[in-house]
Ligand binder design. Structure first.
Ligand SMILES: Nc1nc2c(ncn2[C@@H]2O[C@H](COP(=O)(O)OP(=O)(O)OP(=O)(O)O)[C@@H](O)[C@H]2O)c(=O)[nH]1
Ligand SMILES: [Mg+2]
Length: 468
């Protein structure tokens, strides 16, 4: 019997990103009973008697979000399915939050019923198809090659999304488990002598601390990326370049006054923009202006102090006018490294000097926008989010929201730790405790990218006992 083969597995089987439809696939003995609890058919029909490969229309209810999610079910009964097990496919709208909601509903069903329904490992459906004799090894390997290409990228993207600070936190927890495990293993070696390297009480104390740390980390990342105050972001540039028009276009509302007369904005206007799960406090201010006069001088003081405070600066240029000249007339004091260059009015005839962007600015990300047509605005939002996710901004409140696979790995990590605690509590042999801790270390390794997908897949194939 192969480990985990009796579990019912579930996974999103369409690739992430924008697509019209998404499919969530479940395989195993609990697939049909589980969906029976969660699915409300449009017409009165018993899922147990639905003929194989037939579809049923209806909805799933999310008690947490209080919404009904329209879905189409395909039921494939064993042995007439890819895995030769009962398979349920849930087809729904291709929206990532919606699909994750469906997955959450299914996985929380596990907690309520105590039945084992878990997220599948990469390639696990294919592994089952092979083990149950649906496909031969060559077919399995071909499928694995495709999956590997996809999951490698997915894993890389997921690890990259974790900022240095977060990776450090996870590794610190992983190290705590490694050193506890090393102590326990040493204790096993010395068990025939009369030396107690670590007591059960001490093991319990350390495991408790590890569990508290990881739970704290998870709850922090649930509220995640959205820093309550918002990342202080200013739109900075010469008068009339379109700063107010841009802030309005980004916010999708008329927040700041726009006119063709330079010097329209005098005071500071702020509003919150949420993009990529991150909250930005956008500030529109007066354009940099050297004209004399007390009002303008005051406005400039405010601008300079806002620039110094800013965590992200969006430096705006009018793309239909000379760039070097605009830059020369811009004060550079307090410009931070977290800057994005925006060349606005891209709908107008471009100024020829555009290619001579001042050398000092060449190292910053640049985007062409038009506040009028909306061109480049999505890119600008993405660039803002990337600056935050790259970890360049120092704020303790930013943590990435974890994706499904990371969440699942943390869930399994806690399970291993709890199992180890149970064993320690019952004074079981240290060997068993060490085994659970090794699994826990590997699980965190999956999150930080140490245990690569290749390792996971190798593990799968090593279980195939090829040639024997
Ligand atoms: N064609 C075109 N016109 C734009 C664009 N963005 C802004 N404008 C126009 O440029 C003028 C100035 O726009 P504002 O948004 O008031 O510029 P500002 O940078 O806030 O100016 P100050 O508040 O004076 O510093 C207005 O007439 C806008 O309609 C754009 O992308 N394309
Ligand atoms: Mg303005």
């Amino acid at each position: 019997m192969y480990p985990g083969i009796q579990d019912t597995i579930v996974a999103i089987s369409t690739s992430a990103g924008k697509s019209l439809d998404a499919i969530i696939r479940m395989s195993g003995t609990e697939a049909i009973p589980c969906i029976k609890n969660l699915f409300v058919p449009a017409t009165n029909i018993d899922l147990e008697v639905v003929r194989t490969y037939n579809s049923v229309k209806g909805h799933m209810h999310s008690p947490q979000e209080c919404v009904n999610i329209p879905v189409l079910l395909y039921i494939m009964k064993k042995p007439c399915s890819y895995t030769k097990e009962d398979v349920v496919e849930i087809h729904t709208v291709g929206s990532t939050p919606l699909v994750e909601m469906v997955l959450d509903i299914i996985l929380s069903q596990e907690i309520q019923t105590g039945k084992c329904i878990r997220l599948s490992q990469p390639g696990e459906f294919t592994k089952r198809a092979f083990l149950h004799g649906r496909i031969d090894l060559m077919q399995a390997e071909a499928t694995m090659r495709i999956i590997r290409a996809q999951t490698d990228l997915e894993l890389k993207a997921a690890v990259e999304q974790l900022t240095g600070n977060v990776l450090r936190q996870i590794k610190r927890i992983q190290n705590e488990v490694v050193s506890l495990c090393a102590l326990i293993e040493a204790a096993i070696d010395f068990s025939d002598q009369d030396i107690e390297l670590i007591s059960t009480a001490e093991i319990m104390r350390r495991l408790e601390a590890i569990k508290t740390n990881i739970s704290h980390f998870i709850s922090q990342s649930e509220t995640g990326r959205v820093s309550p105050e918002g990342i202080d972001t200013v739109l900075y540039g010469r008068p009339n370049v379109g700063k107010s028009s841009l802030i309005n276009a980004l916010l999708g509302k008329k927040r700041s006054l726009v006119s063709e007369i330079p010097g329209t904005t005098r005071d500071i206007v702020t509003d919150i923009l949420e993009t990529g799960g991150i909250r930005f406090k956008l500030t529109d201010m007066a354009g940099v202006n050297d004209t004399q006069g007390t009002v303008m001088a005051r406005a400039m003081e405010k601008v300079q102090s806002a620039v110094k405070r800013a965590q992200v600066i969006v430096l705006v240029f009018d793309g239909s006018a000379d760039l070097s000249e605009q830059f020369m007339q811009t004060h550079r004091d307090g410009l931070t490294d977290n800057m994005i260059i925006v060349i606005n009015k891209s709908d107008l005839q471009k100024e020829r000097s555009l290619c001579d962007l001042p050398a000092e600015l060449k190292k910053y990300p640049l985007v062409y926008t038009s506040a009028l047509t909306g061109e480049g605005l999505e890119r600008l939002k993405r660039m803002m989010a990337e600056i935050v996710l790259s970890g360049k901004i120092h704020t303790s409140t930013i943590l990435p929201v974890l994706n499904m696979r990371q969440k699942d790995a943390f869930h399994r990590f806690i399970q291993s730790i709890q199992q180890a605690m149970e064993l320690a509590r019952n004074n079981e042999s240290y060997e068993f405790i060490a085994l659970d801790l090794r699994t826990a270390v590997d699980t965190l390794g999956e999150v930080v990218g140490e245990v690569t997908t290749e390792d996971i897949l190798d593990k799968i194939f090593s279980e195939f006992c090829i040639g024997k």
